[in-house]
Design a protein around this ligand. Structure first.
Ligand SMILES: [Zn+2]
Length: 138
């Protein structure tokens, strides 16, 4: 777990994403899967993006993924992020299929490469939210 830090923008929660943030608060990473066609997706939606069914279920991810792409942020987009630069923003493909955007954190994060294996960790923002992030698997 990452130490609580304050002052970051809070996630924007709506009816579709509320179960995702509640699961993250309990150190669980979840995504939605279509009961009709089996398509997993992220971010959570009301309808399946493949077949438009509203028959969706929440599934818990094992939390392992592969880095699809990344960038290293060297200038803070907001003053609160200044203490973090340089840091990694990555697109990661969960083993179960969905693609997520998250930070890759940890001492060796800046050595990131496309194709690296990563696992989820949960950053406690100290405001009631935990944000799923990823760290490299050695
Ligand atoms: Zn579907």
């Amino acid at each position: 777990m990452i130490d609580a830090e304050k002052g970051y923008p809070a996630p924007s929660v709506n009816a579709d994403s509320k179960p995702f943030w509640e699961a993250a608060r309990n150190n669980r990473l979840v995504y939605k899967r279509c009961v009709s066609c089996g398509q997993p997706h992220f971010p959570p939606r009301y309808l399946c993006p493949a077949c438009w069914s509203d028959g969706l279920e929440w599934v818990e991810s094992k939390g392992q993924a592969v880095v699809y792409s990344y960038t290293i942020m060297r200038r803070a987009p907001l003053p609160v992020f200044a203490k973090r630069v340089p840091y990694v923003v990555a697109l990661v493909d969960l083993d179960e299929g969905p693609r997520m955007m998250a930070n890759v954190v940890g001492d060796d994060a800046l050595n990131i490469k496309v194709g690296d294996r990563v696992r989820v960790c949960f950053e406690d923002r100290g405001d009631g939210f935990k944000v799923p992030q990823f760290s490299r698997i050695a």
